[in-house]
Write a protein that binds this ligand. Structure first.
Ligand code: PAF
Length: 284
């Protein structure tokens, strides 16, 4: 496994892999790698010949009062996980390498970037779309892998690739959960043992919503209110949003006639956690 920090080293190694006829798989990350990332790397390993993981805590996707400074950085453990999973190349650039002085080009996926997490984190998806497109240009992957936990991010990246004709296939891999259902996230590291227990409310609320829909409830607002009540009854949990939406448009639905996406963002102590689940009405 090689690890490089500069664009020129990256380009050289990618060029060699391409010349050898290898298909390139790409997993963009911000490090603090966990089993969720490992599942993306395994999918890339299965489907491609040369697996690249980027590790870059991207400052432009954090708001001024967000957790950029304290975001977990675990380079040694990340390298071990990548080694274990058979990654070929880690690209871990500095902020200056990605955003040299005078940098001023931004990518926006209008509409999709402004709802849900975009509403409480203005500018977040502009930072994500910009860095992901830049990484796509640098790595030129055949296939890039994202987690369904960040459903809005995955939807925005698909749109970006479609709109700008980026020659990459996007794979969205299932959410990986802890045994008690909590979706794996680098931000889970912020939780105290007590908050960690409270954090399971996201999964419990989504499961309750799924059950209601499977029992025949079709009215989205009733399902949404049920999730809200469960979250509001949990000490220490502060709801950011609970939505039931069309997975393509990310707009709220009134009637659940076909599979919809239930999505939550909840603040538990120092961590803002997100999770989602597809709700499928019987017979749809
Ligand atoms: O999902 C993430 O870890 C980040 O948003 C990404 C895609 C690596 C861009 O910085």
């Amino acid at each position: 496994m090689r690890q490089v920090t500069t664009v020129s080293e990256l380009r050289k190694l990618i060029g060699q892999a391409r010349q050898a006829g290898q298909r390139i798989g790409f997993v963009p990350t911000m490090g603090a790698l966990h089993e969720g990332h490992a599942s993306l790397i395994r999918a890339a390993r299965r489907e491609t010949d040369f697996v690249v993981v980027s590790i870059f805590v991207n400052p432009t996707q954090f708001g001024p009062n967000e957790d950029y400074q304290r975001y977990p950085r675990t380079p040694q453990a990340d390298a071990l996980l990548c080694q274990r999973e058979g990654v070929d190349l880690i690209f871990a650039p500095t902020v200056e390498e990605m955003y040299p002085p005078g940098y001023c080009t931004w990518v926006e996926v209008t509409g999709l970037q402004d709802v849900l997490c975009g509403r409480s984190r203005p500018g977040h998806f502009r930072g994500v779309a910009t860095v992901v497109l830049k990484l796509f240009h640098l790595v030129q992957p055949d296939i890039a892998y994202f987690g369904q936990k960040d459903a809005q991010q995955a939807r925005i990246i698909r749109q970006l690739v479609r709109d700008l004709n980026v020659p990459v296939k996007i794979r969205v891999c299932p959410i990986v959960r802890e045994p008690d259902g909590l979706a794996m996230s680098s931000r889970n590291a912020y939780l105290s043992p007590e908050q960690r227990r409270q954090a399971t409310v996201l999964y419990r609320a989504l499961c309750a919503a799924k059950e209601l829909v499977e029992q025949g409830e079709r009215h989205a607002e009733r399902v949404r209110q049920h999730m809200v009540r469960l979250i509001e009854a949990t000490p220490g949990a502060v709801l950011d949003y609970a939505e039931i939406m069309d997975p393509e448009t990310l707009q709220p639905v009134r009637e659940i006639q076909q599979p919809v996406l239930a999505a939550l963002a909840v603040r538990i102590g120092p961590a803002r956690l997100i999770d989602n689940m597809t709700l499928t009405p019987p017979g749809s």
